[in-house]
Design a protein around this ligand. Structure first.
Ligand SMILES: Nc1ncnc2c1ncn2[C@@H]1O[C@H](COP(=O)(O)OP(=O)(O)OP(=O)(O)O)[C@@H](O)[C@H]1O
Length: 316
């Protein structure tokens, strides 16, 4: 993976004393789509703001396409397009004037052909002479992306690109992001929507309380999603999984009252019939059976909760 963005040991403690980022290491490959997932207050915006030079880190280094974001902020920032959560445009300006102004901000020479192409790519060409206030909510969001792309950045940050938009607009947004990737733009998006990460990302990072808990290929995560769990509520609790059941992946939960079998739902043979036969042979009876599929959401909640309980354990 050829790295376009490299973060090493980045931490941020705000003046209030709040530690918003805690030793974050992250490499982003050129041309990939990376989704950063995390609950409210996890540190996502802080991380993006640091990379974009809006917030100064307390420690750590950030290289943007080889440029140090702290020592060479202009060079680093010019490689980045930032699509913020909030609308930040002059409502009385036209679409074309808005994107032209953005390009100028980065010291890029005027280039009408680039601006025309950006507006065409974002289906805003017909609206190029309309004032921002005359546009629908979805169009206004696309203007924010057009503004971020006007200076031809290599990396595009989208801070919650589809927060509060309806389902069809969200799908349009996903298509658009796919199109931008085909043009070679590296895309980093933050999201609360697990399905957004599932749909688009090559890799997913999970952040909570300023710590990057996991960075993984989406497909590897999806394989974990293919796992199912079957819980058997036992009539008599067990102290340990009997050795005769070693060939199945079993764990005891709920103080031995439930036997949990984790299996690959996509496998041709799940191993359930033979497990049930074996249990019957061993005289282990159950009163109820329950199956569940683990989703990226479960993995996420599990990660966040597990980390929280281990922190509590450490603090105790
Ligand atoms: N300027 C600031 N001064 C003090 N604390 C701040 C400041 N900005 C953010 N924080 C705190 O840092 C933590 C991380 O905030 P951040 O905005 O990075 O989270 P986020 O993951 O983007 O959340 P959301 O999903 O709600 O946008 C929060 O507890 C927030 O209150």
């Amino acid at each position: 993976m050829q790295s376009i963005l490299s973060l090493s040991q980045v931490s941020k403690t705000y003046d209030s004393g709040h530690k918003a980022l805690d030793h974050v290491d992250l490499e982003i490959g050129r041309g990939e789509i990376f989704a950063l997932l995390g609950p409210n207050g996890a540190g996502k915006t802080t991380l993006i703001s640091i990379i974009c030079g809006i917030v100064t880190p307390s420690t750590g280094t950030i290289l943007v396409d080889g440029h140090d974001a702290i020592r060479q902020p202009r060079e680093a920032r010019s490689r980045i397009g930032l699509v913020p959560q909030e609308l930040s445009v002059d409502m009385f300006e036209t679409v074309m004037a808005t994107v032209r102004f953005s390009r100028g901000l980065f010291g890029r020479a005027p280039n009408q052909a680039v601006l025309d192409q950006v507006l065409k790519d974002l289906s805003l060409w017909d609206k190029r002479n309309a004032k921002i206030m005359e546009l629908s909510g979805g169009m206004k969001r696309r203007v924010l992306i057009a503004k971020a792309l006007a200076h031809e950045p290599d990396i595009l940050f989208l801070d919650e690109p589809t927060a509060g938009v309806d389902v069809s607009l969200r799908r349009d947004m996903w298509k658009l992001i796919g199109k931008l990737r085909e043009r070679g733009v590296t895309i980093i998006l933050t999201t609360h929507y697990i399905e957004e990460a599932e749909e688009m990302a090559d890799r997913v990072g999970v952040i909570n309380k300023g710590q990057l808990l996991l960075v993984e290929e989406k497909n590897a995560l999806m394989q974990k999603l293919g796992k199912r769990e079957m819980d058997l509520s036992l009539v008599e609790p067990l102290g340990a999984v009997p050795p005769e059941l070693a060939e199945w992946q079993l764990t005891l939960v709920d103080e031995g009252h439930r036997l949990r079998y984790t299996f690959d739902a996509q496998a041709e043979r799940t191993g359930i019939p033979s497990l049930l036969r074996k249990l019957s042979d061993l005289g282990i009876t159950f009163k109820d059976l329950d199956t569940s599929k683990s989703s990226l959401e479960d993995i996420f909640v599990d990660l966040v909760e597990r980390r929280e309980s281990s922190n509590e354990g450490a603090a105790a």
